[in-house]
Design a protein around this ligand. Structure first.
Ligand code: GLN
Length: 258
């Protein structure tokens, strides 16, 4: 290679890195971005973000020989953060959708999910038809949000996460909440005033980890880790462990509030 060519290639490489904002130095860490109000997949325990997604990303980091750094953000910012290179792994109970596939690559799925209606005990809504025209709370930027806009043809009330939406339902500000089944279960557990009042509304969903496009090696590593964790039952076990831990934390919170 002649010198001039080598130099211009190097410069072009640098310019490309600067342009895509992904010139991240390898400092031995790998960054996961999430939204911490989505138990059992992510929640706060003593100031730390923990959950099924964190366990999966810890295993990915271990396989890569790196230390995992976990960052919290609003759900709408999670996918943009991996596109811009601010984070390496987006793991936030993210549903694989055709739309999102245009901008990120998804791992193999690790959980099957779907969305349900949470109602107040005294005013239960059983179907999507029954909630049409009502004040529906959702987590902003989620598949529940899209369901309201695209299927019910209405704007929902948008919240940061399912627990804050359920708090608004309990205080009578909204009529119901639409959210993913597992976090929905955790939001209503041990609370007599709200419950899951419908079967799945909308399409079946699957959660996967999202990364910036064009990283086949990282994707293969993530897929290998998820494959192993599904086969050994580690994902199921993590789900049970985090459901139990979250219930324990909520119980302690209620006791302190009494
Ligand atoms: N699974 C839903 C989605 O991807 C919600 C995820 C979340 O709120 N963390 O839109």
């Amino acid at each position: 290679m002649n010198k001039l060519f080598a130099r211009s290639t190097a410069l072009a490489g640098l310019a490309a890195l600067a342009l895509c904002g992904c010139a991240k130095k390898d400092d031995g860490t790998i960054t996961m971005i999430t939204e911490s109000g989505f138990a059992p997949y992510e929640y706060l325990d003593g100031g730390n973000i923990v959950g099924v997604d964190v366990d999966i990303c810890e295993a990915v980091a271990a396989k890569l020989g790196k230390k995992l750094v976990v960052q919290d953000a609003k759900f709408d910012a999670v996918i943009p953060s991996v596109i811009s290179g601010k984070a390496d792994l987006a793991a936030a109970g993210i549903t694989v959708t055709e739309d999102r596939k245009q901008s990120v690559d998804f791992s193999i799925p690790y959980v099957k999910s779907g969305i349900v209606i949470i109602s107040a005990k005294d005013a239960p809504y059983k179907t999507a038809d029954e909630v049409k025209g009502k004040k529906i709370g959702v987590q902003s930027g989620t598949t529940s949000d899209t369901f309201c806009v695209d299927v019910l043809k209405q704007e929902p009330e948008r919240f940061d996460n399912p627990p804050t939406a359920v708090a608004a339902l309990k205080s009578g500000k909204i009529d119901c909440v639409i959210a993913d089944i597992d976090p929905a279960k955790n939001c209503v557990k041990g609370d007599d005033s709200v419950f899951i009042s419908s079967d799945f509304v909308g399409e079946p969903e699957e959660f996967a980890i999202a990364i910036r496009k064009g990283q086949p090696e990282l994707l293969a590593t993530i897929n290998a880790v998820i494959g192993e964790m599904l086969e050994s039952g580690a994902v199921e076990a993590a789900k049970a462990r985090h459901d139990a831990r979250y219930a324990e934390l909520r119980g302690a919170e209620e006791e302190a509030a009494e």
